[in-house]
Design a protein around this ligand. Structure first.
Ligand SMILES: C[S@@+](CC[C@H](N)C(=O)[O-])C[C@H]1O[C@@H](n2cnc3c(N)ncnc32)[C@H](O)[C@@H]1O
Length: 251
């Protein structure tokens, strides 16, 4: 029987793997994050410069605080929420000022405040059960400031990327339920449709990681990292990147 996504990161082993292996030094995910972080910093700085009022950030499904820890200093107030006590326990060791909570925003609406200026939703949508995606997005839409709040959604698997053939091959080779590997993908068009149906309009889209991640485990790693750095951003080719960032406003 497969484990639900909300239970997947509850065990300490899964938390430890995410923190020290998935985002360990020299990992592929860390290389992608190093491309993403400056883009997020720029977006938050621009956002804050354009605002006269304090900027409030919510990081939904904040996990270990990986995203929040590096960016909380750029806003006036920051909150993180996640369903896993063990993930949030790690976040508490990394975040200096963010208010961190554990809980289910669908079952306990009072966990969220109102009128967040910026909401992050990183590495959540792709692997959560499809019926949960719209429910969570609609709840986030209710607490985002209208009209100028921004939702930043990260989808870390793209069925239009060069990695797609490898994912198809792995799906066939591995019995996914047995290995526990997550081999989901969403195309940019599917993501935009889901966001539109949930009350958001995509205003900018970025892409990170064009080359197959296996190259990062070969002697060509440094060259791959340089190529991916040159191709990262909001270009016409970004829809073919593996890791996508969608900047959305409420509509
Ligand atoms: C892959 S991790 C991503 C963590 C963080 N956003 C990041 O990018 O590093 C997915 C997170 O979603 C959380 N999660 C899963 N279902 C959830 C739910 N229903 N409500 C809140 N968090 C949930 C998990 O506990 C886990 O921390």
């Amino acid at each position: 029987m497969s484990i639900s996504y909300s239970a997947r990161f509850r065990e300490k082993d899964a938390v430890e793997f995410y923190d020290s292996k998935e985002y360990g030094s020299g990992s592929y995910s860390t290389a992608i994050w190093q491309l993403q972080q400056p883009v997020l910093e720029r977006i938050l700085k621009d956002f804050r410069r354009e605002r006269t009022e304090p900027v409030r950030l919510l990081d939904f499904a904040c996990g270990t605080g990986r995203v929040l820890a590096g960016l909380e200093a750029l806003v006036d107030s920051a909150e993180g929420i996640d369903i896993s006590e063990n993930m949030v326990a790690v976040a508490r060791t990394k975040c200096l000022k963010a208010r961190l909570q554990v809980g289910d925003i669908l079952a306990r609406p009072e966990l969220l405040q109102k009128d967040y200026d910026v909401i992050f939703c990183f590495r959540f949508l792709l692997n959560v059960e499809p019926e949960m995606r719209g429910r969570v997005l609609r709840r986030l839409r209710e607490v985002l400031r209208v009209p100028d709040g921004r939702l930043l959604v990260n989808v870390h698997g793209n069925s239009r990327s060069l990695r797609h053939p490898a994912i198809v091959w792995r799906r066939r080779r591995e019995r996914t339920e047995k290995s526990g590997a997550m081999l989901n993908e969403m195309s940019p068009a599917e993501t935009c449709k889901l966001l539109r149906e949930s009350g958001f309009q995509v205003v900018r889209r970025f892409g990170f990681g064009m080359l197959p991640p296996t190259l990062y485990r070969t002697p060509g790693r440094k060259v791959a990292a340089v190529v991916d750095r040159l191709l990262a951003g909001d270009h016409w080719w970004s829809d073919w990147s593996i890791d996508r960032l969608f900047v959305c406003r409420p509509c």
